[in-house]
Design a protein around this ligand. Structure first.
Ligand SMILES: [Ca+2]
Ligand SMILES: [Ca+2]
Ligand SMILES: [Ca+2]
Length: 695
């Protein structure tokens, strides 16, 4: 199991090459560390983004670059301890910090960090924990979850976020914030981030007197052991920072041959082939565009403007191609039929994109083969009959193998989607108020229990975290409810979110986010809405639902070579090097000669629903059992599942889904040689626990 922690806590393990804790000795020792300062990671919500925001897809690009190009993301505690003279840090050490405890970091940043197994620190201003005034902040429950998961630790950003050099309550801001974190999270709060980066010698002395061990500024630069520990530096990352810009902040000068090639409209790979393409947008007025700005052309019935994105590709092969476009305040200004031409190795493909939805993220255009060099490109044209503008912003070419899973595109279920939308009670079709597609359905409200419901069924491709948005038509406050209850069928139970469907709430023409949710793979009802709005004189609109992938479910893997904390056997097992093993080898045992068992154990950070799965070496020979018993010990008892080891070998095969309690070295899955034919063999190799969500 690739995880441990100096604090005794547990972290997830989803990426084989990331093993940062206790593993510093295998890397060359570093003499400096780079600390990044983020604020909120969030999806585009119809408002201009704060300059300190980072869109989740861009955040993921940055973190995947760190993992791919030799950077080691370390816990803040390892960095400070090294600074104090204790222990080491690897070369290219990176610390991820996030100021202000915005809820978007719990919804987007943390799931991505769980998936990539990267630690970080949320600096919370404790007076605002759980506040929904302005931008919502994370709750103590959410902070406790991240603490228990073991990757992200919560530290102090004072109580009320004042200028510390000017406040009359300097000691209270420092002491009470530290105490609130210690009381609510049952830990020692050690570190401080100065609000606004504001400090002086008096502030430093007060922070030291309050018991802090280190403090972080907004001054930019690398940290050495000689950097004053209460004046630690950070590189800010905000809305205009592209992947290229982030590489620059990292001091990276390599070619990143396995990484994506992103062509922004500001890059040399962008060219105007014809027509007029105006430069629009800025980092201070960002409505979802990539980098510092974007280009737009007026739509036309004939093709009079063409813009081209030409990548310089390092190798010939398959690439997943994505586009990014901005979102005007009125999204209907964009065309719903932007024409993209992808010139690739095998010809030219055409894709139409609805630029009114799925904004401010990488939208998938498909997988194509390209030759190395600059012969391939993506063009955007202005030929369209809807909207006013077509947007040319950025294009991404992500190298992949031909067999890699294709990216998950946002799933949209409309009331017109056959077999995926169902209702109870009385609903009638309506075409007014900008429906998604051709219409929606509306129902009169109930002053008591629901008498009408509408349900959207979707096929969720992978276990993970998804952002769910709902589209509804709007109407005046007289006729439309301000408190429409939507229910999401997430792991751990139904979550109800109330949405204001009145005109004044500004929900028209876009998907309004219900938040992020942990969803299981499979086909099932994901969202429903009801008419339980407390009024018979108002109505509810049921139209479309969008389910956008954010992050894969994190998992923990235990292998037969991981030692007694994670794996134990009884009886005699033989090491096998037959091809198809997980890790370095596998074990095999024959049924004859007494019962043998092999048990996989896990360090589970939080109690919740997990899916155990097992890997055995593929074998089709006559000596492998077709009914091998696996016993699962979960929080409610035990279950037994039999697998046929002559098929589906050398991959993880799911056993089911149960609730497991948090704990260290928890025996969860056992395989035995209790099989029918004494001449048959059983393979024991690796097991995995995938976290699906809370109980
Ligand atoms: Ca751009
Ligand atoms: Ca519709
Ligand atoms: Ca193994």
């Amino acid at each position: 199991m690739r995880k441990s922690s100096r604090s005794g806590k547990i972290i997830g393990s989803a990426v084989a090459t990331v093993a940062y804790l206790g593993a510093a000795s295998v890397f060359a020792q570093g003499t400096s560390a780079r600390v990044f300062m983020f604020h909120e990671t969030k999806f585009y919500d119809g408002q201009v983004a704060a300059t300190s925001d980072v869109y989740p897809d861009n955040f993921r690009d940055m973190l995947e670059f760190l993992a791919r190009c030799g950077y080691k993301v370390i816990p803040i505690s390892q960095f400070v301890e090294w600074h104090k003279g204790n222990g080491t840090i690897p070369t290219n050490a990176v610390v991820l910090t996030f100021d202000d405890n915005y809820i978007g970091n719990h919804q987007f940043a943390h799931p991505i960090m769980q998936e990539l197994v990267m630690p970080g620190c949320f600096f919370a201003h404790t007076a605002y924990v759980g506040s929904t005034t302005g931008r919502p902040k994370g709750t103590w429950t959410q902070l406790n979850f991240t603490e228990k998961w073991g990757l992200v630790t919560c530290e102090s950003h004072t109580v009320t976020h004042p200028y510390l050099t000017q406040t009359s309550n300097l000691n209270g801001e420092l002491v009470n914030s530290k105490q609130a974190i210690e009381t609510n999270l049952n830990k020692t709060c050690k570190y401080l981030a100065y609000p606004f980066g504001d400090y002086n010698s008096t502030v430093i002395a007060a922070a030291q007197a309050a018991g802090y061990e280190a403090a972080f500024t907004t001054q930019v630069g690398l940290n050495y052991r000689s950097t004053p520990r209460f004046e630690l530096k950070r590189y800010g990352v905000g809305i205009g920072v592209t992947l290229a810009g982030f590489k620059s902040l990292c001091g990276y000068t390599g070619s990143d041959p396995n990484g994506p090639v992103i062509v922004d409209n500001a890059d040399s790979g962008f060219s105007v082939r014809s027509g007029t393409w105006s430069t629009v947008g800025s980092t201070s007025s960002n409505y979802g565009h990539y980098g510092s700005n974007y280009r737009q052309a007026n739509v036309s019935g004939s093709e009079t403007a063409v813009a081209r994105f030409t990548p310089s590709l390092p190798t010939t092969g398959y690439y997943d191609v994505f586009t990014w476009y901005q979102a005007p305040t009125d999204p209907y200004l964009n065309t719903s039929q932007a024409l993209y031409r992808i010139a690739h190795k095998n010809g030219t493909s055409t894709v139409y994109v609805n630029q009114r939805i799925n904004k401010a993220c990488w939208f998938y255009l498909g997988r194509y083969q390209f030759n190395s060099g600059t012969s391939g490109y993506v063009e955007i044209t202005n030929k369209a009959s809807t909207g006013s503008y077509v947007c040319a912003d950025a294009v991404k070419f992500q190298p992949v193998s031909s067999t890699a899973p294709t990216p998950i595109t946002p799933i949209i279920v409309d009331n017109s989607t056959a077999g995926a939308f169902s209702t109870t009670g009385s609903w009638s079709a309506s075409t007014s108020g900008y429906p998604y597609g051709s219409n929606c359905v509306v129902a009169q409200g109930s002053s008591g229990a629901a008498t009408a419901t509408a349900t959207w069924t979707a096929t969720i491709p992978r276990h993970g975290v998804y952002e769910i948005g709902v589209w509804f038509t709007t109407s005046s406050s007289t006729y439309r409810s301000a408190s429409v209850p939507y229910t999401v069928y997430a792991v751990g139970g139904n979550k109800t979110v109330t949405v204001n469907q009145q005109d004044s709430a500004g929900g028209a023409k876009r998907f309004v986010s219900l938040g992020t949710f942990r969803l299981k793979a499979g086909t099932y009802p994901v969202v429903s809405v009801s008419n339980a709005i407390g009024s018979r004189t108002q109505y509810v609109s049921a139209d479309a639902v969008r389910i956008a992938w954010v992050a894969n479910a994190p998992y923990f893997t235990s292998d037969n070579t991981d030692g007694s904390t994670y794996f134990a056997t009884s009886g005699t097992w033989t090491t096998s090097a037959n091809a198809g093993y997980y890790g370095t080898n596998s074990l095999i045992a024959q049924a004859a000669g007494g019962l043998k068992t092999a048990t996989w154990k896990f360090n589970l950070p939080v109690t919740g629903v997990y899916e155990p799965s097992v890997w055995y070496v593929a074998a089709s020979d006559a000596y492998r059992s077709t009914s091998v018993p696996y016993t699962i010990t979960h929080s409610g008892g035990t279950a037994t599942v039999s697998l046929n080891q002559t098929i589906n070998g050398s991959r993880f095969n799911a056993l089911g889904q149960w609730t497991f309690n948090a704990g260290i070295s928890v025996p969860a899955v056992q395989v035995s040689t209790n099989i029918a034919d004494p001449n048959d063999y059983v393979s024991a190799d690796a097991a995995r626990m995938t976290y699906l969500g809370p109980q």
